[in-house]
Design a protein around this ligand. Structure first.
Ligand SMILES: C[S@@+](CC[C@H](N)C(=O)[O-])C[C@H]1O[C@@H](n2cnc3c(N)ncnc32)[C@H](O)[C@@H]1O
Length: 286
């Protein structure tokens, strides 16, 4: 298992190195103010520096639908280009966390030149030892095993937080969208609400137990009592938004649509051919 993991990480690392060589060849790095000049493929704490190209950055931030209301955090921010683009082109407040202090200084200088010093903040930090829970959008260009290491932290964030990874996936947490820009893969996820368990669900004249099973954003389940368990169909969890349908004891389709807020779900239930009514559900203690 460990060998398999090392081999996969090695392949990804080689791909990153190959891309570094491709970026460096035939590319004249812009001369920047200050004495420090980074080199493609230079050592980093857990992963080398290879910058994301502008068209890929634009697609990453568009996939996340970044607006001026967002707080964008780039984990392993290199020369700060994703952070700077989020502030300059999308009006977001943007942070870059980078282990290499020279890159942090370079990022600050480039943000100044881009006129977004006030909207950006760069910190010398180890991303595995840093709180980034203030983010509404998290971006990264790391390595597959580093993404997997970040996964529990990301899944613990507020439902609906948008996560974008240049090139690499997140193990068995499948992306909600995959895009491609000139051969560069971009993965997008919405942090799903945590809904696994039993819920007491009520609407006028009806009380059910709703049981939800969850694997990341994939949900399934059933409702009871009834003639045994009545399975859910078309169950979809999108961040904190949940919807599912159920055929009730009379054979009528009930369509539920609601928002998850911690241990409560509230929303509307529409019986086939009928009018919507409000429903609420409360999570049972486990
Ligand atoms: C592949 S580069 C991506 C840079 C930037 N995000 C981009 O897309 O242009 C990865 C960056 O992560 C930094 N890094 C590696 N390990 C880190 C860690 N544990 N904490 C913070 N930064 C790290 C490296 O120094 C490098 O600048």
């Amino acid at each position: 298992m460990a060998k398999k993991h090392q081999r996969a990480a090695g392949i990804a690392f080689s791909a990153l190195l190959g891309w570094a060589a491709l970026c460096a060849s035939g590319t004249t790095q812009a001369q920047r103010a200050g004495s420090y000049e980074p080199t493609y493929g230079q050592e980093g704490k857990d992963v080398i520096w290879v910058p994301t190209q502008p068209a890929t950055i634009e697609r990453m931030l568009r996939m996340a639908q970044v607006t001026p209301q967002d707080v964008v955090v780039d984990l392993g921010s290199g020369d700060g280009r994703i952070t700077i683009a989020a502030a300059r082109d999308f009006g977001a407040r943007a942070f870059g966390y980078e282990y290499n202090p020279d890159m942090v200084e370079l990022s600050r200088r480039d943000a100044e030149k881009a006129g977004v010093a006030a909207k950006t903040e760069f910190r010398k930090a180890d991303i595995f030892d840093t709180d980034f829970s203030h983010a509404s959008v998290v971006t990264m260009y790391l390595l597959p095993h580093l993404n997997v290491k970040l996964r529990p932290i990301l899944l613990n964030m507020r439902p609906g937080i948008r996560v974008v990874s240049h090139q690499f996936d997140m193990g068995d947490w499948k992306p909600d969208e995959v895009s491609d820009v000139s051969g560069r893969r971009i993965n997008f996820w919405l942090v799903p609400a945590r809904v696994e368990g039993d819920w007491k669900l009520s609407f006028p004249g009806h009380d059910y137990t709703l049981t939800l099973r969850q694997e990341y954003q994939m949900i399934s389940g059933w409702m009871a009592p009834g003639p045994g368990q009545m399975g859910l169909r078309d169950a979809v969890l999108t961040g904190a938004a949940i919807r599912f349908s159920m055929i009730d004891e009379q054979g009528k389709l009930l369509a539920f649509s609601g928002m998850v807020n911690g241990s409560r779900i509230s929303g509307s239930v529409t019986p086939q051919g009928g009018k919507p009514e409000t429903f609420s559900a409360t999570k049972s203690a486990q």
